[in-house]
Design a protein around this ligand. Structure first.
Ligand SMILES: [Cu+2]
Length: 161
């Protein structure tokens, strides 16, 4: 009888080596694809601001919705414990909206449920993200960074008509 134990050993060894190489390679490939081919970006810092001077600094001295061109909007928000200003905006379906957000006090979150809009709002920084709204409806804007006892009531609405 031939002794196959050495061959079986190699097969088992290979069965472990293969996934330990394939898993990291596929994760790195997925990260590279999403960053460069699909264009998914983590929202970065769009600027800095003095938190005490928000009310005197444009565009935060006039928070709200501005129409830049037909179907192109800019929405300026101030996040503070425990509300967003403005509390509601209305846009027509098919619009592109750039959200420009800063915080007056502590770190907040800025997430519009059912859309890719998901940012952190850090005092002293300006966060910016653009999203396209095709589907009419009421979108809930929530804070998703715990910011104190009223965190769970910190929300606003984006209405797409
Ligand atoms: Cu919060």
């Amino acid at each position: 009888m031939k002794d196959n134990s050495k061959l079986i050993g190699y097969i088992f060894e290979f069965a472990w080596i293969l996934p330990s190489v394939a898993i990291p390679v596929s994760v790195i490939t997925a990260v590279i694809l999403t960053a460069f081919a699909v264009g998914i970006r983590v929202p970065d810092i769009a600027g800095r601001i003095e938190p005490q001077a928000i009310d005197q600094t444009a565009p935060f001295n006039q928070p709200g919705l501005k129409e830049l061109a037909p179907g192109k909007y800019e929405a300026t928000y101030i996040a503070q414990t425990w509300l967003f200003t403005p509390t509601q905006i209305e846009i027509p379906a098919g619009s592109d909206v750039t959200f420009i957000v800063t915080s007056r006090d502590v770190i907040h979150g800025f997430k519009i449920v059912g859309t890719p809009v998901n940012m952190m709002v850090v005092p002293g920084q300006i966060s910016k993200i653009t999203a396209h709204f095709d589907r009419p409806g009421e979108y809930l804007l929530v804070c998703h960074e715990y910011c104190g006892v009223g965190h769970h009531v910190m929300s606003a609405k984006v209405i797409v008509k």
